[in-house]
Design a protein around this ligand. Structure first.
Ligand code: FE2
Length: 170
């Protein structure tokens, strides 16, 4: 049997996690799913539109990094469904629910694009860490572990981006 609240369906499950804990985790995972989907498309936007003398390496870097939130979206969505929830994963749902700022079309120069990527990846790193903490407070180590695994990849990606800005004082 399924129940529906605020247009979101939750399914009965034999998983040994309380319904109210599952509900909050599903919401948390769907929020991260929206941000991951938004970050995937924004990193692709950077991949396609970056300009300047560092064009090619940034073009390649952004393509490599874009694969991470794309893969993470799948893991977040499938944890939400494993908890009896419905994954809210379309691009329209992501656009409606993402906490990231929109991609500014006027920003094209390499260093400026790296800066806007840093801002968005740092926001995703921070929201993931907050979601880890909340999963811990809720006493649900499996979701906490999944988010911790994702967090390591996000932090490394942020380092790859920020290394471009740390080489000279400005
Ligand atoms: Fe491409």
């Amino acid at each position: 049997m399924a129940t529906t609240t605020a247009n979101v369906t939750t399914f009965e499950t034999r998983i040994d996690i309380e319904a109210d804990v599952r509900k909050e985790l599903i919401d948390l995972l769907n929020q991260q799913l929206a941000d991951a989907t938004d970050l995937f498309t924004q990193t692709k936007q950077a991949h396609w539109n970056v300009k300047g003398l560092d064009f090619f390496q940034l073009h390649e870097l952004f393509d490599t990094l874009a694969k991470i939130p794309r893969k993470q979206a799948d893991l977040l969505a499938e944890r939400a469904t494993a908890l009896g929830g419905m994954a809210l994963g379309t691009v329209r749902m992501a656009a409606e629910n993402s906490t990231l700022p929109e991609y500014p079309l006027q920003t094209v120069e390499g260093r400026d694009v790296v800066n806007l990527m840093v801002e968005r990846w740092a926001a995703y790193a921070a929201s993931t860490r907050a979601a880890i903490a909340r999963s811990g407070e809720l006493g649900e180590p499996t979701t906490e572990d999944l988010l911790t695994e994702l967090s390591r990849e996000i932090d490394e990606s942020l380092y790859f981006l920020e290394a471009h800005l740390q080489g000279r004082q400005s």
